[in-house]
Design a protein around this ligand. Structure first.
Ligand code: 4NP
Length: 164
């Protein structure tokens, strides 16, 4: 999960998808990073922490780290929160960039529409609530999509298969 700062949006995306992955019994590794070099080592924005906690998710232990080219090879799927983030990822990764590996997060919710998760950094608290809802819905779509594609990774379906 990648945004610009790894302070507002992507820490929420990491925490939300991690919670859903645990609930679904999947063994995916979830991580987040930011394409800029501000705030390195800092905890997520207080409002991201607050809204996450209101929804039962503690993201206070996350720390900002910068997205590096090696992340692109390390992870199977990279989600960019917005078009400008995708451009930055392309720039950082350079020749090894593979468009098949990266997707705008909200294309999982609104396929092909290339909608950005708005950056709530400069706005009021409501923006963080709106962003939480968008990311939460997109993460539900991701779990549904990849659990169906990979039933062996989904314990409930797997045990059902074994019982037959
Ligand atoms: P984020 O928001 O990309 O959702 O973490 C931002 C946070 C900080 C900055 C930019 C965007 N910044 O430039 O400091």
């Amino acid at each position: 999960m990648v945004c610009l700062g790894n302070i507002c949006r992507s820490p929420l995306a990491e925490g939300i998808l991690q919670a859903k992955v645990l609930k679904a019994g999947l063994n995916w590794k979830i991580d987040s990073a930011g394409t800029n070099s501000y705030h390195i080592g800092e905890a997520p924005h207080p409002l991201s922490q607050k809204i996450a906690l209101l929804n039962g998710i503690d993201i206070s232990n996350q720390r900002k780290r910068e997205f590096i080219a090696a992340d692109f090879e390390k992870y199977d799927k990279i989600y960019a929160m917005a078009g400008d983030v995708l451009d930055e990822i392309k720039y950082i990764v350079g020749k090894k960039f593979n468009p098949g590996k990266v997707e705008l997060l909200l294309n999982e919710l609104f396929p092909g529409e290339n909608v950005d998760v708005p950056d709530p950094y400069y706005g009021p608290e409501q923006g963080f609530h709106d962003v939480y809802r968008l990311i939460d819905d997109a993460c539900d779509a991701i779990i549904k999509k990849y659990s169906i594609q990979d039933p062996g990774n989904y314990p409930d379906q797997h045990s059902t298969l074994k019982q037959k």
